[in-house]
Design a protein around this ligand. Sequence first.
Ligand SMILES: [Fe+2]
Ligand SMILES: [Fe+2]
Length: 239
Amino acid sequence: MQTNVAEIADHIYRISTCVPDAAPGGFTFNQFLIDADEPLLFHTGPRGMFPLVSQAVARILPLVRLRWIAFGHVESDECGAMNQFLAAAPRAAVAHGALGCMVSLDDLCDRPPRRLADGEVIDLGGKRVRHIDTPHVPHNWESRVLFEESTRTLFCGDLLTHAGDGPPLTDGDIVGPALAAEEFFHATSLTIATGPTIRRLAVLEPRMLALMHGSSTRARCGESLHALAAAYEQMISQH
Ligand SMILES: [Fe+2]
Ligand SMILES: [Fe+2]
């Protein structure tokens, strides 16, 4: 497996490893590194990928400089390697929503995590990230997304997940491929909150959607979020 690094916005790097057998056409596991005064890594990758991901981070900045470890929710691809990163970066701490800390991370993290309130901002020095609670969207009670204010980048985790080893950024449609992946994985919790929660993210007017699985995009961000919400609402109405 090969791990690729691309700068997709000013000082924001996408670290991508394609696992060929995880889905038809391959399936990427992506982490995002925000290189600021207090560098933040969004998604750690699973424990087994720590050598690949940490070496990729080290191509951009020394691992010991990492200050924040963040992710969408508690699953191995999101945070499996968090304690390995905490060990490699003595100043680093996990930052997550208060509920996720209470339910899981206060116990799972080798050092105490920072608890964030909904809407709370961490000033990274050169970049500012806003924590937004999205319970059960796309799945898991403790789910959240992160919004970087200067580039208007929405780190939307598993939302809009699609298969294939595409380019770091695409101008093409990502909603169709995401709905095909949904049909394959059935990963999203379909509840009455799904559509409204995704529509609230469109209100942020993101200029880039940074996806954990698949290509990120700067094209039609709000439109794609509304289309995704509408597709889930339709699925729910058919049940
Ligand atoms: Fe997930
Ligand atoms: Fe994921």
